[in-house]
Design a protein around this ligand. Structure first.
Ligand code: TRP
Length: 446
């Protein structure tokens, strides 16, 4: 076992925060959050989501990061060092989870790149819903085009990770994350100032106590996990590159706060715009590819706004996939002793091969079903509902119980308020395992 993964470090605290926020803020925030929040009762979804994020979510972010900095290796090595062979195995499972997530996440990333190029060429927006639907169908269902864009998107991801932690991932995040914030803010202001925008805000934020169903709460829990990139070894891997002098609790709070802010901004951009033009808010996955271009076609400078919007989508998709790839590459360099360059090339080949399956599952292979789902939906279900919660459970058990003394020491170096450690302990020991187990069971049975 080498320590090659440990040679890399973030140049500073802010580097870690931006890269981790880059991982957290992804297609989840822009593509999933707005329609999920709407469909699950607005504030009845958002309140538990914010509550989970700042309790169990942030505690798990701290736990993963602390385990990473303790172990200074890939997810499997760090978890093994903290808790022995069983946890090394759960760490390896997390690496596999990251690989699987990336194989379908990159498919959607490829669509985003394709739409961005269309938008730059002035072809993304149209006032005709049928044309837009056909265009999306063409891209997704012909198969061949989806595979080409998957290839391009994976090249972009690998092209970043090959430069390493500081020169690749950190530099990308330092440039793109602030730019993303400014762009999203502009789009939010534009959307909120449209006539009729208030109906969208109302749809997103309305609160009726009867909407607070167990299902909405569990969905909020699942979204918290996905949006903080928990349970796939991301923060364990990123934590291994964290300088000693960084306070983990403070940095973790920043990551959680940035992630919540991005989801809320995305919701407050998309829903007001959709309502202002009387469109359907529950178009699901097609929302950002069909509904949004329709919205832009109605606005002055719509083509430009559309290009900015798809820049945002590509940025969030890229910084998230980079984090997923780093988990895999850190494992290949640390465990299998490959050079970073070889690891990236091998990962590229494997991911492209694996990604073709979900990419083709919208078109030529759509008849091939696994437990009644297409390959894409099946992968998403297995990762989001089973593997990630299981990974989160492993982290909670490891950090809260088996390795608590070491984790507590890591969290309090450099010194933080003792109260923080006591609260994190209760969250990791008592609340996290129960909540995650319930969420797992519900998704299995439901
Ligand atoms: N958090 C990202 C999003 O919201 C997705 C993501 C990146 C992710 N890495 C992850 C999800 C690891 C789960 C685990 O889109």
């Amino acid at each position: 076992m080498t320590h090659s993964a440990t040679a890399s470090q973030w140049s500073s605290r802010i580097g870690f925060i931006l890269a981790s926020a880059g991982s957290a803020i992804g297609l989840g925030a822009i593509w999933k959050f707005p329609y999920w929040a709407g469909a699950n009762g607005g504030a009845a979804f958002i309140l538990p989501y914010v509550l989970f994020t700042f309790t169990v979510g942030v505690a798990l972010v701290m736990a993963e990061t602390a385990i990473g900095r303790l172990g200074r290796g890939c997810a499997a090595v760090s978890m093994g060092r903290a808790g022995g062979p069983v946890f090394a195995l759960t760490g390896a499972a997390a690496v596999f989870t990251a690989f699987l997530i990336l194989s379908y996440y990159a498919v959607v990333g490829g669509w985003c790149v394709s739409y961005l190029l269309d938008a730059i060429a002035g072809q993304a927006v149209s006032a005709d819903a049928v044309t837009l639907r056909e265009r999306f169908g063409d891209l997704v269902e012909t198969g061949g085009r989806s595979v080409v864009w998957l290839f391009v998107f994976l090249l972009m991801t690998c092209g970043t990770v090959i430069f390493g932690v500081e020169r690749g991932i950190e530099r990308l995040s330092r440039i793109l994350m602030p730019a993303l914030f400014v762009l999203m803010l502009c789009l939010t202001v534009r959307s909120l100032t449209l006539p009729g925008a208030a109906a969208g805000v109302e749809y997103l934020l309305h609160f009726s106590p009867e909407d607070l169903t167990p299902e909405a709460i569990l969905n909020a829990m699942g979204y918290t996990f996905f949006s903080l990139s928990l349970g796939a070894g991301i923060l364990v891997t990123y934590g291994a590159y964290l300088p000693r002098e960084t306070r983990i609790p403070g940095a973790s709070m920043w990551v959680a706060a940035l992630s919540v802010q991005a989801s809320l901004l995305a919701g407050l951009t998309i829903m007001p715009a959709v309502f202002a033009f009387g469109l359907a808010p529950d178009a699901g996955p097609g929302l950002v590819f069909v509904t949004i271009p329709l919205v832009f076609s109605q606005l002055p400078l719509g083509g430009l706004l559309a290009a900015l919007f798809y820049v945002c989508l590509v940025v969030v998709a890229l910084t998230s996939s980079v984090s997923l790839l780093e988990v895999v590459v850190a494992h290949m360099t640390g465990r299998w002793h490959l050079s970073r360059r070889r690891a990236v090339v091998a990962a590229f080949a494997a991911l492209f091969a694996a990604g073709c399956v979900p990419a083709l599952s919208f078109g030529p292979w759509s008849d091939w079903r696994i437990f009644g789902r297409t390959a894409f939906d099946f992968l998403d279900f297995v990762c989001s509902n089973l593997l990630m919660p299981a990974g989160g459970l492993a982290v909670a058990l490891l950090a809260g119980r088996s390795a608590w003394p070491a984790v507590a020491a890591e969290l309090s170096s450099p010194a933080c308020r003792p109260g923080t450690i006591a609260v994190v302990r209760v969250l990791l020991r008592r609340l996290a395992p129960v909540l995650v187990a319930v969420a797992c069971l519900q998704s299995l049975l439901g």
